[in-house]
Each structure stands twice: as structure tokens, then as C-alpha cells.
Design a protein around this ligand. Structure first.
Ligand code: PHE
Length: 455
């Protein structure tokens, strides 16, 4: 089989198209569901602070590294690292790890995405008083129903990816992202008018520093990697479709700001909404432990109950809109998760895009059906492939760039589209971050975690 040439691989059509596609990959369940519930769980603003630091001093530099590796080689993560490995057989393992993380993360990501879709129907059925139908689609433990919605969502993802880089991914995200932002703001304005919203805002902005410990650091770092789509080569892949005129550092800055901004804005929606629910008589804290309910309960029990309390047509509309928002955000991310293994199969095994998308998508679909029936797998997958896997990938990419490929070579790539970078202080800062700060910080957090497992 012959590897595909770069001319067949496709490229982004426009600068804004690429930025929106990458921001679409970044903005997802991680922002609208993961971030707010983690903030609420981990001491409010204290978590936000650590999270922002992780994004700025680890995430942003690693994103530049991934984009540079991708655009330099114009290949999927495995091909990219092979091309720069100078024959070293360990280096491509970083790419393989990325492909595996992509497949495994996608396999639970689509199950949760399927729930968001099911809840659009739940809100509808509830409004029309089809109570048993509402209960049926709203039952997260129903494996068969989960599998149906999951496969539907997977099918949508596959269809977009078969369309290719500019006609599929870029076109879809360019359409979906503005809709998503519009919906987000409309919902916030409405929630702010309700009782209890202020209390939520207070929790969001009031730090409780006593909650900072090793666990919180791992969660914040894992969340930063997950939310910015880093550590598994999604941005190596998206970077590989980038033309040489585009300024990588500037693009990475836009994507990071966009992603962090949407997470914070989503927090302004979800956390006040939880307290609105509480003001309406819904329990949001576990009466036995005093802790906040788990993220699944909050999003799929507490919020729907709040929409039902608001009631009537407005309640239904809000509910449907919220779950469509979650679903759209998830879709622009799931396509990037699928694109990584698909690009690998296209580039390295010479399979055409359509076939590659259906084969890889079908394979992920099978795993996701198993997850649909056995939800406890989600926790394990999150732990292994997200909380540990992505930072580990980020660590490997930093070390690879800093000590193997070397920053001077990366600089040659970064200079294309940004001629003045060589003499800017930013380049020196970036080298320090990627060579020393990021490996040491990621390494420390990972070691602490492994240590706490063992003891
Ligand atoms: N960033 C996405 C989110 O926040 C998830 C994701 C992770 C996508 C890794 C691609 C790669 O939901």
C-alpha cells in the first residue's frame, strides 16, 4: 500500500476556517459540562486559577508544539513522529499512543453525546406529557437506548469526517460554532433573571484554597489537556492541513483564548443554573456527604428538573436549547477525535477517506456500544486515557520537541508565517516552557498520582 501524498490530504480553506475548526475541537463537553462541574466540585475559583495557569504555561506551549510538528510534516501523529524520528523506533510510539487515546476517548465521548441528544427528546416528551416516553429516553442506565443514540451520534460524526477537511470538518464547524455561541449567551441572559442565580455566581468567583491538593492539580491539568484537545495529536493532525502562511503562535493564542473563554462563560451558565434548581427545591448536594452531586447527576438530573420547574413552553424551549448546545459542542469535538485515527489510516495504510472513516468509525462504534451497556467503563477510560493519557502524551511531545527534534528546528517552522519570531522574547520563553517547565510540572503531577495509587 502506498502512503498518500500531501496534495491528496486536503487543506483548510481559510484562516478563520482553521481557527474555528480547532476551536470547535477544543470547545466541547469538556467546557460546557466538565469545567463547570469541576469548578463546583473543587473549591470554586481556586480550581479556575490553577486551571488557567495550566492552560497558559503548559497547554498553550504544547499547542504550539503540536501545530508546528503537524505543519512541518503534513502528516497524522504517527507519520509525523516517524518522519522526525531519524530512525529511532521509540519516537513514533508517541503517535500511536495518540491514536489509541483518540479511539478510546471517542468511545465514551459519543455515549455522553448520545445522552445530550436523548435529553432533547426527554424535554419534548415531558412538555407533551408523554411521561413514559420521557422517562424512557431520560433513563441513563438503559443500555439499548444508550446504544441507539450513541450510534446515531457516531454516524453523524462519521458523515462529517467522510466529507474531508475543508468540505466536511471546516464547513460543519464554521456553521455550528456561531450557533453554539449564540445559544450560550441567550441561555445565560435568561438564567440570570431567575432566583438563585446570584448564589451560583458567588460560588463561581469565591475561591476556597483549602481544596488545593495533588488530586486537584491532576484534575486541573487533565481538564486543561482535555479541553484544549492536547496530548493525543488532534492538533498535530489539524496542523498538518495548515498552509505555510499562517502564523502558528497567533492561531494557538486565539484557540486557547477561545476555549478558556467559552469554559468560563459556560460556567456562568451551568453553576448559576444549579443554584436556580436548588432555589426551586431540587437537591444539588448529597444529603449524606454534603458534597455536590456528581457531574452526570447535575447535568442530566438537576438541570432537567430545573427546566421542568420553569415549566410550560419556555421551560421546554430552554431545556431543548441547552441540550442542543451541548450536542453541537460535542459534535465539533468528536469529529476531531475521529479525524486522528482516520488520518492515520489514510496516510499510513493508503486507504481512501470514505473507507477509512467507516472502518475506524465502525470500530469505535463497537466499543461505544459496549460502553453504552457498561457505563462503569467511562470512569476507567477517563482515568487512563484522559487524566493520565493526555498529560503523558503532552509530556512526551514536549520532551521530543525540546531534546530530540530541537527547538531550533521547530523555530524554522514557526518562522513561516511569523518572520519576526526569532528575535522576539516570546520564542525564548516558549523554549523554556516546553523544555523545562512543562515536562517538570507534568512529570511531577503524574508521579504524585502514580504514588498515590501505590500507597
Ligand atoms: N476538547 C474536547 C472537549 O473539551 C475533547 C477532546 C479531547 C477533543 C481531545 C479532541 C481531543 O470536549
Amino acid at each position: 500500500m502506498t502512503p498518500t501524498t500531501s496534495s491528496e490530504r486536503g487543506t483548510w480553506n481559510s484562516k478563520i476556517g482553521f481557527i474555528l475548526a480547532a476551536a470547535g475541537s477544543a470547545v466541547g463537553l469538556g467546557n460546557i459540562w466538565g469545567f463547570p462541574t469541576q469548578v463546583a466540585d473543587n473549591g470554586g475559583a481556586a480550581f479556575i486559577l490553577i486551571y488557567l495557569l495550566c492552560c497558559l504555561i503548559i497547554g498553550f506551549p504544547v499547542m504550539i508544539a503540536e501545530l508546528a510538528i503537524g505543519r512541518r510534516t503534513q502528516k497524522n501523529p504517527v507519520g509525523a513522529l516517524k518522519a522526525l524520528s531519524k530512525g529511532n523506533s521509540f519516537i513514533p510510539l508517541i503517535g500511536y499512543w495518540g491514536v489509541i487515546c483518540g479511539v478510546m476517548i471517542l468511545s465514551f465521548y459519543v455515549v455522553i453525546s448520545g445522552w445530550t441528544l436523548a435529553y432533547v427528546f426527554e424535554e419534548l416528551f415531558y412538555f407533551f406529557q408523554f411521561e413514559s416516553a420521557a422517562n424512557y429516553v431520560g433513563d441513563l442506565g438503559n443500555g439499548l437506548k444508550n446504544a441507539v443514540f450513541t450510534l446515531f451520534f457516531m454516524g453523524l460524526t462519521i458523515l462529517i469526517v467522510t466529507g474531508g477537511v475543508s468540505k466536511g470538518i471546516e464547513r460543519a464547524t464554521k456553521l455550528l460554532m456561531p450557533v453554539l455561541i449564540g445559544i450560550l449567551f441567550i441561555l445565560i441572559f435568561y438564567i440570570f433573571t431567575l432566583d438563585g442565580a446570584k448564589e451560583g455566581l458567588l460560588m463561581f468567583f469565591k475561591p476556597d484554597f483549602s481544596t488545593i491538593d495533588g488530586n486537584l492539580l491532576l484534575s486541573a491539568m487533565g481538564q486543561a489537556f482535555f479541553s484544549l484537545s492536547l496530548g493525543m495529536g488532534a492538533l498535530i493532525t489539524y496542523g498538518s492541513y495548515l498552509n505555510k502562511k499562517q502564523n502558528i503562535v497567533e492561531s494557538a493564542a486565539y484557540i486557547t483564548i477561545f476555549d478558556v473563554g467559552i469554559a468560563v462563560v459556560a460556567g456562568l451558565l451551568v453553576i448559576p443554573a444549579m443554584f436556580v434548581a436548588q432555589a426551586g427545591g431540587v437537591q444539588i448536594f448529597n444529603p449524606e456527604t454534603g458534597a455536590l452531586f456528581s457531574s452526570v447527576t447535575l447535568v442530566f438530573d438537576v438541570l432537567p428538573e430545573m427546566f421542568h420547574n420553569i415549566g410550560g413552553f419556555v421551560g421546554m424551549l430552554l431545556g431543548i436549547t441547552f441540550f442542543i448546545l451541548l450536542g453541537l459542542a460535542a459534535l465539533t469535538s468528536s469529529i476531531s477525535l475521529l479525524e486522528v485515527p482516520v488520518a492515520y489510516v489514510i496516510d499510513e495504510h493508503g486507504v481512501n477517506r470514505k473507507k477509512a472513516s467507516w472502518i475506524v468509525g465502525g470500530f469505535v462504534g463497537i466499543i461505544s456500544v459496549i460502553v453504552s451497556f457498561e457505563l462503569s467503563l467511562i470512569d476507567y477510560f477517563v482515568m487512563i486515557f484522559n487524566e493520565i493519557g493526555l498529560p503523558l502524551g503532552g509530556l512526551a511531545i514536549s520532551v521530543f520537541l525540546g531534546y530530540f527534534w530541537k527547538s531550533e528546528n521547530a523555530l524554522l517552522e514557526l518562522e513561516q508565517g511569523n518572520e519576526s519570531i526569532r528575535d522576539s522574547g516570546f520564542y525564548t520563553l516558549w523554549v523554556i516552557l516546553i523544555k523545562y517547565i512543562s515536562p517538570v510540572l507534568i512529570g511531577l503531577v503524574l508521579l504524585t498520582t502514580i504514588w498515590s495509587f501505590l500507597t
